[in-house]
Ligand binder design. Structure first.
Ligand SMILES: *[C@@H]1O[C@H](CO)[C@@H](O)[C@H](O)[C@H]1NC(C)=O
Ligand SMILES: *[C@@H]1O[C@H](CO)[C@@H](O)[C@H](O)[C@H]1NC(C)=O
Ligand SMILES: *[C@@H]1O[C@H](CO)[C@@H](O)[C@H](O)[C@H]1NC(C)=O
Ligand SMILES: *[C@@H]1O[C@H](CO)[C@@H](O)[C@H](O)[C@H]1NC(C)=O
Ligand SMILES: *[C@@H]1O[C@H](CO)[C@@H](O)[C@H](O)[C@H]1NC(C)=O
Length: 319
């Protein structure tokens, strides 16, 4: 007769086996626990999801629930591999923030065999690309395609998978701590946040396309209303302002300009790459129109992005 699996002997053997496996695991867990001297590593996990799922950060403890969740949609096109890599690098090296920021690169239909293979490989490694059902364009409806696709793409577990949704470009550098400091103080509903375009008769209020944020309720509204559907082509940033006005939405306007409509006494904290007499400002949230490596380097040098580089005999780069 074969020993039954529940015989006392084999149960004992199983217990021993489990113990043998658990002991080293427990030791590893202890070592890890003592080597986590601060909360930052956990928050670092929270701040960067690795999957399109909005819950990528949930592995961390609930004591570190992010203050808010932001989907940062970076509109770009397939062949801008370097731009994507640079942003991934910069996002990974940002200081830890108490918010969940999920950066996603947003493409329209990928055409060209080489792009289809190479972008597929990027997706396999980074899980940070969304391909919408549209053909590439800047001002012919891509922004509408982006916002209107999100409720369906992210439908499921939660009423609001994100508190905020951003639209930005791949030539914009965001500083996460400064961004979070501004957004955490904003209402979670009916919010239209960004760098306000100087209003004029021809162009009433809108936030410039370098990076604006809508609360999730407005994203859902854009996807469901007929106010937007027949009005998707045109300068994408001005159009968003137009939709909100037409629908009576976006009442919580926050311009990073601070004192709205008073451009003389507040320095903007989101701006295009500055040429003299303009300069960078220390409390910058975002710099836009970083069109070449030199502009990126100048910007990153000003903001001390390489501050954490450790001295080593293996390289000699700075100074
Ligand atoms: C994709 O867009 C095309 C053209 O606008 C449309 O005909 C098609 O139904 C769309 N497909 C899906 C899956 O939405
Ligand atoms: C995008 O690609 C899909 C799948 O190849 C196709 O069904 C759709 O019609 C395309 N959409 C547009 C707008 O070209
Ligand atoms: C939009 O839809 C509403 C009903 O949901 C309708 O009353 C309204 O006339 C429509 N607007 C336009 C511009 O068609
Ligand atoms: C959108 O435009 C189409 C074609 O011009 C028209 O048939 C339709 O009624 C319009 N819908 C709305 C909601 O304005
Ligand atoms: C960069 O570092 C220098 C030297 O420590 C400091 O004076 C400067 O304020 C820093 N710049 C910013 C934007 O933090």
């Amino acid at each position: 007769m074969k020993p039954s699996s529940s015989s006392p002997n084999s149960t004992l053997a199983t217990v021993e086996k489990i113990a043998l496996v658990l002991l080293p695991l427990t030791l590893v867990a202890f070592i890890c626990a003592f080597n986590l001297p601060d909360q930052f590593r956990i928050e670092r996990l929270i701040s960067r999801g690795s999957n399109i799922s909005p819950h990528a950060g949930d592995g961390a403890t609930s004591a570190h629930t992010p203050e808010f969740r932001l989907l940062m949609g970076i509109l770009t096109v397939a062949d801008r591999y370097e731009a994507r890599d640079r942003l991934r690098l910069l996002h990974a090296l940002q200081p830890p923030v108490p918010a969940q920021i999920d950066a996603r690169f947003v493409l329209c239909n990928v055409t060209g065999d080489e792009h289809r293979i190479l972008v597929a490989l990027e997706i396999m490694l980074y899980h940070d690309i969304i391909v919408l059902n549209c053909s590439e364009n800047m001002n012919s409806g891509k922004t509408y395609a982006y916002f209107s696709a999100l409720p369906e793409l992210l439908s499921g577990e939660q009423e609001a998978p994100y508190d905020f949704v951003m639209k930005t470009d791949d030539d914009t550098y965001f500083r996460f701590p400064e961004l979070v400091e501004s957004l955490r103080r904003q209402p979670r509903e009916d919010l239209y946040w960004g760098h306000e375009h100087p209003a004029g008769e021809k162009n009433p209020l809108f936030m410039r396309g370098m990076g604006y944020v809508l609360s999730w309720d407005l994203v859902r509204w854009i996807a469901s209303t007929n106010v937007t559907r027949n009005n998707t082509a045109g300068p994408e940033d001005a159009l968003v302002g137009e939709w909100l006005r037409a629908g009576g939405r976006g009442k919580n306007v926050y311009s990073t300009q601070g004192a709205r409509l008073n451009y003389d006494d507040t320095k903007p904290v989101m701006y295009d790459f500055p040429y003299p007499p303009w300069t960078f400002v220390p409390n910058t949230i975002a710099v836009h129109r970083l069109k070449d490596r030199k502009k990126w380097a100048t910007t990153l040098r000003y903001f001390n992005a390489t501050r954490g580089l450790k001295p080593s005999k293996f390289y000699h780069l700075l100074n």
